[in-house]
Write a protein that binds this ligand. Sequence first.
Ligand code: 13P
Length: 253
Amino acid sequence: MSKKFLIANWKMKLNAEESIQLAKDLKTEISKAKFGADKEIAVAPDFLSWQAVAKILKSSKVNMACQNAWYEDKGSFTGEISLAMLKDLGCQYAILGHSERRAFSGETDELVNKKVATALKHDMTPVVCVGETFEQRKEGRKDVVIMRQVQEALREIDIKPEQTLIVAYEPVWAIGSGQAMNPAEAEHTAMIIKQSLIDVLEHQDLPLVKIVYGGSVDSKNVASFTNIDVIDGALIGGASLDAKEFINLIKKA
Ligand code: 13P
């Protein structure tokens, strides 16, 4: 069975005290659960609590991720935090182009592409988010939207043989709605993503690219996605905010 990636996106849902408590709870629960090498786990806290959480989870099975970062390494970019700075602190995964950033922070495909290139330059694993809105799906444009997002985000990207890149398919309408996508439709869309990856990455080795599903994933439905051949894990919001539920979810994946 292939390795499953379970990546928690804590978004802007917790204050520093709550994040630290969640990290402590997670550390306790994870040590009890004894997960093997077939589960790759990461958490993306907010930047205020990031280092404190990293310190707590150091030498645990949990890797660190960021929810976003800037592509230049250093310079006059007020208010930004660079991928290079995060890499120095031990950040392994970079969630990039999340639909909430595209919707509320003006993140474009072009910007996502630059961030993906920089993440790989620093040997971080980009978690590139793509997904259609409710309207786009209703108008029958879902597949075209997804193909374009994948192709733009990965334009002229080279992945070295020792690197991994993750595409997170998150239908915007399924995020935080409690209404996950039907697994058969997620499988169909993951196949579309795979085909787009073949087109855009041309000669490169596709096993280096993983596809995960996100959007109202919880411990009850996670297996219906991770049992699908072409889906290698999940990007989890709400259900990752409770240590016991998240551990349960990892067990079921
Ligand atoms: P929910 O799991 O809360 O739907 O959030 C999904 C998500 O946006 C993860 O990035």
